[in-house]
Design a protein around this ligand. Structure first.
Ligand code: MN
Length: 327
């Protein structure tokens, strides 16, 4: 894998729609290492960098894809590396150009992945994060010591994908990796402040209003939050701001499955599912053309009104056995 990467002379790195710390942190770390070796490498993402992660990025490091403007770059790359992708559809508007590019296509990921696009997979669903895989890869690439510009973005990936060292992806190995990052100079307090104390007022308001909308179904074992277009417009927030409600669904006593429905258009709804550990929710996501992990997955429905889509998904959640009491 490391040798293959170094054999490609024009590399494009990319990650999923609305990058998170893991996707962005991973591509930044690999970019910085390969640039330090004098390689021709560029990050081209289908979405802009979210506000709260901009502190990680230096000028000139991340380009946002524009149709027409960057298609030639995609076509002429010798290698395209996608990080933390989960599903080909999460390349967004870049999926088409990537598919037709003759470049070698490499996936570095820890999601369950149905592959019909990549020719080289660096995939480990047991890894806590793509950041962990990237650290492994950097060592295979001969990186001698871990510098702060590489450790910091990877730390953010590890932190976010383990839910700040709380999810079941957390292990002794994860803490040892975190210790390596701290020894390289990462300041956890600085990172915590950057990630958690910079929220726009509108986002916190929207989060509060979304939390107030949580309803319980299946005798309190499923928590559902629905955010429609109207609500978004009135609150003055952005769709990605509403997303934070996902993290509160499983905090309710007795809830086993959390479902967040975000209306993107009149007939388009984005769903995020979370499981407290009893149920595999990735199967549902896959049925609807999405994917993810066993306990955290997502998908988007098209051609159905919001209420109809929500009802269909709730029926499917009930069929997990979450609609009945255990035993
Ligand atoms: Mn990840």
């Amino acid at each position: 894998m490391a040798r293959h990467l170094l054999s490609l002379d024009r590399l494009l790195l990319t990650t999923h729609l609305t990058p998170d710390g893991d996707g962005l942190g991973s591509e930044l770390a690999i970019l910085r290492h390969l640039r330090s070796l004098g390689r021709d490498v560029t990050i081209l993402n289908c979405s802009t960098v979210p506000e709260d992660l901009r502190f990680l990025v230096r000028p000139g490091e991340v380009i946002t894809y524009q149709k027409g403007k960057h298609d030639r770059q995609v076509a002429e790359a010798s290698g395209i590396v996608a990080f933390d992708l989960g599903a080909a559809g999460r390349l967004g508007r870049m999926e088409g150009p990537v598919r037709i590019s003759p470049a070698s296509k490499i996936l570095i990921d820890h999601h369950i992945f149905d592959n019909d696009l990549f020719d080289v997979l660096y995939l480990d669903v047991e890894a806590s994060s793509t950041a962990e895989l990237c650290l492994r890869l950097l060592r295979a690439l001969g990186m001698e010591s871990l510098s702060l510009p590489i450790a910091e973005p990877l730390y953010v990936g590890l932190l976010q994908d383990t839910g700040s060292f709380n999810y079941n992806s957390t292990s002794a190995r994860v803490h040892r990796i975190a210790a390596d990052f701290l020894e390289a100079g990462v300041d956890p307090y600085r990172i915590w402040k950057k990630l958690n104390c910079q929220k726009p007022y509108a986002r916190v308001r929207l989060m509060g209003e979304s939390i107030a909308r949580i309803e319980l179904q299946h005798e309190g074992r499923t928590a559902l939050a629905v955010v429609d277009l109207d609500f978004l417009k009135k609150s003055g927030g952005e769709a990605r701001d509403a997303f934070e409600v996902v993290n509160h669904l499983l905090s309710i006593h007795g809830v086993e499955v959390g479902c967040f429905a975000l209306q993107l258009a009149s007939d388009k709804v984005k769903f995020s599912l979370r499981s407290g550990g009893r149920h595999d929710v990735c199967g549902i996501a896959k049925e609807f053309g999405g994917g993810g992990h066993r306990f955290a997955a997502g998908f988007t429905t098209q051609g159905m009104a919001l209420a109809e889509a929500v009802q269909l998904v709730m029926e499917r959640v009930a069929r997990l056995g979450n609609g009945r009491s255990p035993g």
